[in-house]
Ligand binder design. Structure first.
Ligand code: UD1
Length: 364
């Protein structure tokens, strides 16, 4: 059974690593890796392949950046002939990026069944581009692999038949558990002379937070106050790096000694940093789940989350972008009042095995 596995942007890379490994262990499967090229900087893409032992993609569509419509359309145009030539039995897509929805659309129209890993995840906020990508991909998919029981429920409510849905767990946790020990040994915090537990980690890249000058200015000012209490390591996603420069915020940022703006980190360095962080502030989806598994307090700088299980069971708290709320919750964590949390069901490192077992059942 030939499966084309699609990756495009940073959060896809850690998800495909355990799946490729598991597929390669079964001679009945012929996995082909395709990179759309949505992310292309070495530190947004290649470093993940090197560190996680992901095979070199057999096909690279080389699309690069552009508006959502342009990027999605370019991926579709370039993927269609590849699909016709390769004639796979399945197309497997991950998460919620533009590459996910673009390749699902092409495959569905060419009558190639689609498997979606991380299906059923919903923020119920259609202003997020990723939410549109999730809804459309799930509507088209033939096999839906979910990370939580809530995700199963979301899919059922959208009328997706139960027999297409498999609760297989959180695929990112497979990679996290496999890498945690070697990551911790890297002691990334020492690079900035920080002690373990003596710093916080920040990431920002959501358009709603970084594309509006008023919101980004308010966030920078608030985060500067956090950094005055606890050094804040901030690996800059290219989108926010560009906006900080466009909005003239770089001098303000550089004026705060505790605010350490750095280049995007590789997976192992970033995970290393997470393991010994006092707390994390983020608007990323994946980091909310990683902190819950590591037991690190997380403040999510958004009004909603597609990972409610990290609120009810994990270490996550939603704080939005309101300064008072962010500072109040930061203080609580510094005072030792953080959520204890537990690891959600089936976030156990066995997700790739469960998914591949279901794929093997599809062989006729
Ligand atoms: C994308 C995903 C998002 C994911 C995020 C993680 C979509 C809709 N969004 O958002 O779900 O959480 O990746 O990183 O698919 N850029 C570079 N170098 C790169 C990649 C991007 O400079 O290697 C720049 C581009 O010029 C662009 C900006 O960063 O202007 C954003 O890239 P884009 O792919 O549009 O979306 P992300 O914000 O990264």
């Amino acid at each position: 059974m030939k499966i084309i596995n699609i990756v495009g942007a940073r959060p896809n890379f850690m998800k495909i690593a355990p799946l490729m490994r598991e597929m390669q262990a079964h001679p009945e499967l012929e996995p082909v890796l395709l990179h759309t090229g949505q992310h292309y900087d070495a530190n947004m893409s290649q470093i993940f392949f090197d560190e996680l032992g992901i095979p070199r993609p057999e096909i690279n569509l080389g699309v690069g950046s552009g508006s959502h419509a342009w990027q999605t359309a370019q991926i579709m145009l370039r993927f269609d002939p590849v699909l016709l030539e390769q004639r796979p039995d399945w197309v497997l897509v991950l998460g919620d990026v533009n590459s996910t929805v673009a390749c699902s659309l092409v495959a569905a129209k060419r009558h190639i069944p689609v498997a979606h890993v991380e299906a059923g995840v919903r923020s119920f906020d259609r202003t997020m581009p990723e939410e549109i990508n999730r809804i459309v991909t799930d509507a088209l998919a033939d096999l839906l692999f979910t990370p939580s029981r809530q995700a199963d429920k979301n899919l059922r409510q959208e009328g997706i038949p139960a027999e297409k849905i498999y609760f297989t767990g959180n695929i990112m946790v497979d990679t996290l558990l496999q890498s945690a020990e070697i990551a911790a040994q890297r002691k990334t915090w020492a690079r900035w002379n920080l002690p373990p537990q003596g710093y916080a980690v920040l990431t920002l890249h959501r358009p709603v937070n970084v594309d509006n000058p008023d919101v980004l200015t308010r966030l920078v000012d608030t985060l500067a106050q956090v950094a005055n209490q606890l050094p804040l390591v901030w690996p800059l996603h290219p989108r926010v790096a560009r906006r900080l420069s466009e909005f003239g915020l770089l001098p303000r940022l550089k004026a705060v000694p505790g605010l350490l703006a750095v280049e995007p980190l590789g997976y192992l360095d970033f995970l290393s940093l997470l393991t010994q962080a006092k707390m994390v502030l983020t608007d990323s989806g994946g980091i909310q789940t990683e902190t819950s598994v590591l037991g690190v307090p997380c403040l999510t700088l958004r009004e909603n989350t597609e990972w409610p299980v990290t609120l009810s069971e994990g270490t996550n708290t939603l704080v939005g972008t309101d300064s008072r709320r962010i500072l109040h919750e930061t203080q609580r964590i510094l005072d030792g009042e953080s959520k204890a949390g537990r690891v959600p069901e089936r976030w156990d490192g066995q997700t790739a095995r469960r998914i591949v077992n279901v794929l093997l059942e599809q062989i006729v």
